[in-house]
Design a protein. Structure first.
Lengths: 277, 290
């Protein structure tokens, strides 16, 4: 036993040095932002040193200046976008998975092609479209303009998943006289739970972090999402870095917590969307 | 069954409609706007043909942004493949706490690019920045990291690599875990060394991971926007703009919507071209392997 233990460290000591080094590179930035959020603006001590006492005023001021509203906005937008993507996405995936005719394959390729289109190329068009129909500074404006970009990923994931469901189940239902809709509702839909978790995580993170469209479509501060709120702190002339750091911590916290608890799904989501294709 | 299949096709109509309305139509609209002189909000647009495109070729800030876009895109992609694969191999080897490395390296990839940019801004800031502070411990003078164009571009590239290497690592790890051990054992019996095993067995086996990780990183890098806004806002001057951030500056800052539209159309065409060329190269490579 003693001998085995020794040989483990003889063999692996360099791995542990590398391990500490890598973890350091990745955790020090998070450490710095947390420390900064707990120091007052007049505290000029090193950003690497711990605060002498816990200074929570930054957090208090972040919440007094509308962070709750921003969190609410982010939740409304994220939930709506993901919900639409799930409903529209799994519906669209069903015929693409089951009826692989030439026409449907072409439609499938169009959906995939949209993944490549940079949102920026579309921004000019979306912005002028929304400005014409009064969609600037509205929930529906930001929701609908975001849906298009997550939808192809959702369709792709659902399509791959439905292909793996045995066709015989559909056929049995069809023989029993069920139409397309009832087959989808009773046979396919109940089986989609695992892939739906993947879609929720993958697309939910994307929307929660979304910045570019929100920046231009949501201009009134009551409509700000968490990301925009953080941005406002950083770009404000007062250079309130403590407040900015606190806002950043508040914005990151929900995702960090979810990630630590649901890590398995976060990793599975990326692997499914990347490697299976 | 046949009839049901036809009726099934109605199921993708809502998705198609959403994409037409909010992706295809705006893209067409951007193309139309690119042929006009327009300030972005007035009801008056003047049709000027391809003048915006001609202007683009004579605009030095456009060329700088284009060069930077290529640096952001290809620079990040190359570094992320090397580091991502190295990390995946490391995490795939046996040692205690390897899952902790995986968890922590992947963490920033889940965060907003804007927030990660701001967090690292605190490192590269001139005054009180962490990097300058560490330099001062060793007696070096502080450096104005973001004060010079090409250096700012390299630092932003580094920030993007730092954030998204975890993504490549996860994709490569999935690939490595799918490689059958029997290949290695057979080759080892034949006396192949570690380097040859890596070149002749590992790399071909994880080809699908190489393809998807490269495509993910490249498209992400060519679209880079958030980290630039956070670190420099495109400055100093216009020196660190990507095409994306330069476009928004022209549209919303300089009120040149027509010109911005032209840049948008250019980004679209460029990314499509790059993905097409790369995809066919990868397909050819895949055929040669099998």
């Amino acid at each position: 036993m003693e001998k085995a233990k020794k040989s483990y460290f003889q063999k692996n000591w360099w791995k542990h040095i590398l391990q500490v080094f890598i973890i350091g590179i990745y955790l020090v930035p998070f450490y710095v932002i947390i420390v900064m959020s707990l120091k007052s603006i007049s505290d000029k001590s090193s950003r690497l040193s711990l605060p002498e006492r816990l200074y929570l005023d930054n957090y208090a001021s972040v919440f007094q200046s509308g962070m709750m509203q921003a969190i609410l906005n982010s939740i409304i937008i994220t939930v709506s976008v993901v919900l639409i993507e799930i409903i529209v996405g799994c519906m669209a995936a069903y015929p693409l998975a089951r009826n692989q005719s030439k026409g449907n394959r072409a439609i499938g390729n169009i959906f995939l092609g949209v993944m490549m289109i940079p949102g920026l190329a579309v921004l000019v068009g979306v912005y002028s479209l929304l400005a014409e129909v009064g969609g600037i500074n509205t929930y529906w404006g930001i929701i609908l303009s975001n849906v298009g970009f997550g939808l192809p990923t959702a369709i792709y994931l659902y399509q791959n998943f439905i292909v793996s469901i045995p066709k015989e189940l559909d056929e049995a239902a069809c023989i029993d006289g069920a139409g397309a809709f009832r087959t989808f509702w009773h046979i396919i839909l109940p089986q989609l739970k695992p892939v739906t978790v993947t879609v929720i995580i993958l697309n939910g993170i994307g929307i929660w972090n979304e910045y570019m469209y929100s920046l231009y479509i949501l201009q009134r501060s009551e409509m700000f999402t968490v990301t925009l709120k953080i941005n406002a702190y950083f770009s404000a002339a007062k250079q309130d870095y403590g407040g900015a750091a606190a806002a950043a911590v508040v914005g990151m916290l929900p995702i960090v917590i979810m990630y630590l608890f649901l890590q398995k799904y976060f990793i599975k989501g990326v692997v499914d969307s990347a490697v299976k294709g | 069954m046949q009839k049901m299949h036809k009726r099934m096709n109605w199921f993708y109509v809502p998705a198609l409609m959403l994409l037409v309305l909010f992706v295809a139509y705006p893209l067409g609209n951007a193309f139309f706007v690119s042929l006009t002189k327009w300030n972005g909000y007035s009801s008056h647009k003047t049709f000027i043909g391809i003048n915006n495109y001609i202007r683009m070729t004579k605009d030095p800030a456009f060329w700088t942004s284009f060069r930077n876009t290529i640096l952001y895109g290809f620079g990040s992609t190359i570094l992320q493949q090397i580091l991502g694969l190295a990390l995946a191999i490391f995490v795939n080897s046996e040692f205690k706490g390897r899952n902790l490395v995986r968890t922590i390296v992947y963490l920033p990839a889940m965060m907003s690019g804007l927030v990660m940019g701001y967090v690292l801004y605190f490192f590269f800031q001139y005054d009180q920045g962490v990097v300058n502070e560490v330099l001062s411990w060793f007696g070096y003078a502080p450096v104005d990291w973001m004060g010079e164009g090409i250096r700012a571009v390299l630092i932003i590239t580094f920030v993007n690599v730092w954030q998204f290497t975890g993504l490549s690592m996860i994709i490569y790890l999935a690939g490595l875990q799918g490689v059958s051990q029997t290949y290695y054992e057979a080759a080892q019996i034949d006396g192949a060394n570690k380097w040859r095993l890596f070149i002749h067995i590992t790399l071909p086996s994880i080809y699908p991971s190489i393809v998807s990780s490269t495509m993910f990183n490249l498209i992400g890098g060519l679209k880079l926007f958030d980290a630039i806004q956070a670190m420099t806002g495109g400055g100093p001057g216009n020196a660190s703009h990507s095409l994306s951030s330069y476009l928004t500056r022209e549209y919303f800052g300089a009120e040149k919507a027509g010109y911005a539209g032209a840049i948008g159309v250019f980004i679209f065409a460029f990314i499509m071209l790059v993905s097409y060329v790369l995809n066919s190269a990868f397909r050819k490579g895949g055929e040669r392997l099998s």
